[in-house]
Write a protein that binds this ligand. Structure first.
Ligand code: MN
Length: 498
């Protein structure tokens, strides 16, 4: 039944402009405007699957990146992210107008575009692709998340049979990675967008329950916020912000099932967040609140002294208020808040004159190894994925086929190693290769993230023995040797016949 289909929000340039002005100091919008104009011309009259003008999607992506306060060149790349794949403008055109750095980000997103959840067999590969992109340039992953979130938010316009698969992909791949990267806001939004289509019945039930409970408490909560503000003021503590926050729906639902569906046991359904200037103020606020409202035993959590594994920091306390009942407070600095909402993206915050260059963030490989472990521990079916051994990452590279499959190879591997890793016949018949659409010599060293195309010639049946001088994998070496041996044997046989 297709009742009350939501209307898609038609994001405009003005939305993006407004978001940037709200989050950035003295931004220079020239680059972003140029990217907007370029995308607008390139996408032309194209429409999304929702029926809306295509441009709505890159703008929505860019707005999300602006909310994350990422550098303006990342926002520009967000606006351009679907240009090479979906329009007649090429990556070279983007590079010519916007430079290599932006073009590289766009290309990274295009490669990641092929990440799809296709059940267990493809799962490990898809995660690897995300790892790989992250190791290369984590900004690409931010753009991909923003892109995917908008698509997830407009799932209702997808054919029914596609919805569940995409929703599953969001829940199984994107949300856990966002979570491990500390991107709480992104994780929550992704999950909530996918929830409705992954588990329609539960979604409906959860939404009704959350809305009802929140509605009942809203008035009281506003009073408690006022009271908290008054207490801080009279204690001489300056709060940057005091606000209510509602729990994300999917996370509420999961917690509810842990608490035997008893909504009264979920104290952080709505919480009050207090943002202050420094750590000393955090503890001072805790004292002021406890002097006025008795804290519940065992509910004071000091995640400042002991951060959560993903780096989350805050003080949490649950107090009893006569009008409002049980309320949770979350107290943190602005930095902690940004970190909680945006995770590693917070490290990339826009700085007016700061360096906007990508930094190699290899420690993220460690982070990702953790994701892998947690997922494996949490879900039985993942334990079968023994081939995913992240310790291999140290000296391995990951090269993509034009179809988006990931081939992992030892460092220093060449297109010949790549060809043999795909299939012996492809190796034997290899005559030329393209790396990232450029024709290169066969002994070129491949890098992680390269997209390699092997050009074969059916009439070529034997490898060139000279390849032995540069191949890195034993697989390629053995195949070349054995093919060469048989070729020499054939030649001798032919000579003997004469
Ligand atoms: Mn897109």
């Amino acid at each position: 039944m297709e009742t009350n289909i939501p209307k898609e929000r038609l994001w405009s340039w003005e939305d993006l402009e407004r978001t940037i002005y709200a989050h950035y100091q003295d931004p220079n919008l020239d680059l972003v405007r140029q990217a907007y104009d370029f995308a607008k011309t390139a996408h032309g009259e194209q429409r999304r699957y929702t029926g809306a003008p295509y441009l709505v999607h890159p703008i929505a992506t860019a707005v999300r990146l602006a909310e994350m306060e990422l550098p303006l060149n990342v926002i520009a790349a967000g606006l351009l992210h679907d240009v090479p794949e979906d329009t007649s403008a090429t990556l070279e055109d983007v590079a010519r107008v916007f430079g290599e750095d932006i073009a590289n980000m766009v290309q990274g997103v295009t490669k990641l575009g092929k990440v799809k959840y296709r059940g267990i067999e493809r799962y490990a590969e898809n995660l690897r692709k995300m790892f790989l992109a992250m190791a290369e340039d984590v900004r690409v992953v931010f753009i991909k998340f923003a892109d995917r979130l908008h698509n997830a938010e407009t799932l209702y316009a997808r054919p029914v049979q596609k919805r569940a698969r995409i929703a599953e992909e969001v829940l199984q791949i994107y949300a856990p990675i966002a979570s491990r990267l500390g991107m709480g806001d992104m994780k929550g939004r992704l999950e909530d967008a996918a929830f409705e289509y992954a588990e329609p019945g539960a979604y409906k039930e959860a939404k009704e329950l959350l809305d009802k409970t929140v509605m009942l408490r809203e008035g009281d909560l506003a009073k408690t916020i006022q009271e908290a503000k008054r207490l801080l003021e009279s204690a001489g503590i300056h709060a940057i912000d005091v606000m209510g926050r509602k729990k994300f729906l999917y996370s509420f639902w999961r917690k509810l099932s842990r608490y035997h569906q008893d909504v009264n046991k979920i104290y952080d359904l709505v919480a009050i967040r207090i943002i202050v200037h420094d750590i000393a103020d955090c503890y001072a606020v805790l004292g002021v609140l406890h002097a006025h409202w008795p804290p519940l035993k065992g509910r004071i959590k000091d995640y400042i002294a002991q951060p959560k594994p993903n780096g989350y920091q805050s003080l949490h306390t649950t107090v009893f208020d006569e009008t409002c009942g049980i309320v949770e407070f979350q107290i943190r600095t602005k930095e902690m808040h940004d970190h909680a909402e945006y995770g590693i993206a917070a490290h990339w915050h826009y700085k007016a004159n700061g360096d906007q260059k990508p930094r190699k963030t290899m420690p993220w490989i460690d982070e990702l190894a953790h994701i892998q472990k947690e997922m494996a521990a949490g879900q039985d079916f993942l334990q079968r994925l023994e081939e995913v051994k992240l310790d291999m990452f140290q000296d391995r590279i990951f090269v993509l086929t034009p179809e988006g499959d990931v081939i992992d190879l030892p460092e220093g591997s060449t297109p010949i190693d790549f060809a043999y890793a795909i299939h012996t016949e492809i190796g034997n018949a290899c005559v030329a290769t393209k790396v990232n659409d450029q024709t290169v010599p066969l002994n070129t060293e491949l890098k992680s993230g390269d997209m390699c195309t092997i050009i074969t010639n059916k009439s070529r049946r034997h490898p060139n023995p000279e390849w032995l001088e540069f191949v890195k994998t034993s697989q390629a070496r053995n195949k070349i040797r054995s093919a060469t041996k048989s070729k020499v044997k054939q030649w001798i046989d032919n000579m003997m016949k004469k």
